[in-house]
Design a protein around this ligand. Structure first.
Ligand SMILES: Cc1cc2nc3c(=O)[nH]c(=O)nc-3n(C[C@H](O)[C@H](O)[C@H](O)COP(=O)(O)OP(=O)(O)OC[C@H]3O[C@@H](n4cnc5c(N)ncnc54)[C@H](O)[C@@H]3O)c2cc1C
Length: 428
């Protein structure tokens, strides 16, 4: 019976190296640099590029890629363990070549791109010579793609795109934008849209403004107007009407990596919480001796360890079945749970640190607010809970009678029938 919680010794050595490297070299970057996608900033060249070279040398660059794209082909379980460490630093993912949304965009380019598209966009993306943007959400709604109205109309041998997109992260730094647009308004609901790759600087692609969210160093979420943006026919990514199928491809493994990075961040808050509990004295004793503080520590430990086990099992299941659709419920579960774990642990750490905890001299307020970012980006928690519930219910069927089989009188009658002989012998 295979049931093993151990990491193999060779990979553990790599994890130990990453742990030390992230602590010494990567975490300090968070404190001096702006957006991690601003890859042409002079300081990025000076401070981040040398670290990326070290990671490449160590053969840990873009580990999420399969061997066909030059990656090591690690399974999801190894990637999960690696991402748990990278999540401690804002710059962790980009130093290791696995930052969103580029990793997901690379995934769909690898899967659906033509040889020319791969040459022009995928290769430079994998080398981090350019970063990319995924432009799907619209001002009138993001959780329900059926309300999207941005339109691509065939014109001669190309397409013309008109509409608005909202919260297109990193468009300002991107070499290209992958945009979802309605090409077939009368088709079935999930076949109305197609994906297009649009190079930055294409006339008509206009960033109206960049929106900032708390905890991020600058405004990077673009409100974009698409005013008659003309692209050639070969700008379409995947087939006509296939945008939903393409979008689904980018969300499988990425959600597990993202959740593991969140766990890494939450564990940082937990470590600070524990140190604080041992360091601070009030009413003549350590905070750690107070039962309500002990409850905070115990609840946080439970939150982290339960989440970690669910995450690792999900990664393991993906490795076993190699089909995201079979693990859809588990992936939805970790996406739904991730914001709550970060929120609750960071909030307890914030409170235990008192006034300094809520100040901008500590990371906790940013972490709490970041949990709301996690609850929205890549689909709101409610939508993922709906997916989870639907998947769970596939394992159940409706009862046939008004009184269900599990009604106690019915079960008692069945049990009495089963043991009738013994009961007749012994009962008066
Ligand atoms: C930091 C950040 C980065 C982002 N980056 C990108 C990006 O790069 N590209 C991109 O295209 N989009 C991006 N988004 C947008 C994100 O995908 C949307 O915010 C998300 O899909 C929700 O859409 P909405 O904001 O329009 O909210 P709405 O769709 O209006 O939903 C609002 C709320 O309504 C409730 N709700 C919605 N649907 C249901 C339901 N079925 N059942 C119950 N309640 C429901 C939920 O509480 C939800 O939070 C980003 C968002 C954030 C916060």
């Amino acid at each position: 019976m295979a049931w093993d919680f151990e990491t193999d010794a060779d990979f553990q050595r790599e994890l130990d190296w990453v742990d030390d490297f992230v602590t010494r070299e990567v975490e300090p970057l968070d404190l001096v640099l702006g957006s991690e996608w601003d890859i042409h900033a002079p300081l990025f060249g000076k401070l981040v590029r040398p670290l990326q070279a070290v990671v490449r040398e160590r053969k840990l660059w873009a580990c999420h890629l399969g061997p066909e794209l030059g990656g090591p082909g690690y399974g999801q379980l190894k990637l999960a363990l690696l991402n748990e460490i990278l999540g401690r630093s804002r710059f962790g993912p980009i130093v290791f070549g696995c930052q969103a949304p580029d990793s997901g965009n690379a995934e769909i380019l690898a899967h659906y791109g033509t040889p020319e598209q791969k040459q022009r966009y995928l290769q430079p993306l994998l080398r981090n010579e350019m970063v990319s943007c995924f432009s799907m959400t619209e001002p009138q709604g993001g959780a329900d793609p059926q309300v999207f109205t941005t339109r691509a109309v065939q014109d001669g041998d190309g397409w013309v795109i008109n509409g608005e997109k909202w919260f297109s992260s990193n468009a300002v730094f991107a070499g290209f934008v992958i945009v979802m647009a309605v090409t077939d308004p009368d088709a079935a609901p999930y076949q109305r849209m197609s994906m297009f790759i649009v190079p930055a600087g294409t006339p008509g692609l206009r960033i109206v403004r960049n929106v900032q969210v708390p905890g991020e160093p600058e405004a990077t979420h673009a409100y974009i107007h698409w005013d008659g943006v003309r692209v050639p026919a070969d700008a379409m990514l995947g087939g006509r009407g296939q945008a939903f199928a393409v979008a689904q491809t980018r969300l499988g493994g990425g959600r597990v990596h993202h959740a593991m990075r969140t766990l890494g961040k939450a564990r940082m808050a937990f470590n600070m919480l524990c140190e604080r509990a041992l360091s601070r004295f009030t009413q003549g004793e350590q905070l750690a001796r107070k039962q309500m503080v002990q409850e905070k520590i115990a609840d946080s430990w439970l939150d982290l360890e339960q989440f970690r086990l669910l995450l690792l099992r999900t990664a393991w299941r993906i490795d076993q079945c190699q089909d995201y659709r079979q693990v859809r419920g588990d992936i939805a579960a970790i996406k739904a749970l991730m914001p709550r774990v970060l929120h609750d642990v960071a909030q307890r750490a914030l409170l235990l640190h008192g006034s300094i905890g809520i100040s901008d001299e500590m990371p906790f307020a940013d972490m709490v607010l970041h949990s709301y970012h996690l609850a929205l980006a890549d689909g709101p928690t409610e939508v993922h809970k709906v997916t989870l519930a639907r998947e769970v219910l596939k394992g159940y069927a409706a009862g046939e009678a008004v009184f269900p089989d599990y009604h106690l009188p019915a079960r008692q009658a069945k049990a009495r029938a089963k043991f009738a002989a013994a009961l007749a012998e012994l009962e008066p």
